[in-house]
Design a binder for this molecule. Sequence first.
Ligand SMILES: Cc1cc2nc3c(=O)[nH]c(=O)nc-3n(C[C@H](O)[C@H](O)[C@H](O)COP(=O)(O)O)c2cc1C
Length: 159
Amino acid sequence: MQNFLFNKIASGVYMLGTCDGNKRNACVIDSCMHVTFQPARVAISVLKTNLTTEMIQKSGVFSLSVFDRSVQIETIARFGFQSGRNADKFGGFECPSDSNGCPYLKEQVCGMLSAKVISAIDMGTHLLFVGEVQNAEVFSNRAPELFTEYQRELNSQPN
Ligand SMILES: Cc1cc2nc3c(=O)[nH]c(=O)nc-3n(C[C@H](O)[C@H](O)[C@H](O)COP(=O)(O)O)c2cc1C
């Protein structure tokens, strides 16, 4: 019942990037919203067990790349189906870094933003980070990918 309703709350799909020293990492999230306009702030909810979460806690910075409708399932799988703890997510994959050193995407996305963490709230299984946007760029006018569309496309893939 609760899960059914949560599926009706529209959300996009994002690549969440971060870095800690020379090490970069990224995962996929759908739990993201903008919370204020001036100053521009976003909130993200991330599992404590994700390597990305651990690294954001240390570095206090992250990037968000907003997947558009051209996103390939392989890209979501690369960053969202495996952990940077035991996989090299960037091997053979072009991924620039923002001014904080966080990886982001220029292809398959509407654009990206860079943010600095101003608050972290313990939600039990998750940490809720609020980030202040330092920079944002638009790369395409394609519609953003929606989580429901991603699920539909995933379910229509041949096994
Ligand atoms: C479509 C999709 C949406 C996801 N949404 C979230 C999310 O909102 N929060 C989260 O913590 N993990 C989310 N995940 C799971 C992480 O991307 C996944 O656990 C990833 O392997 C973590 O990688 P890391 O350990 O390298 O950080 C999502 C995965 C997919 C495929």
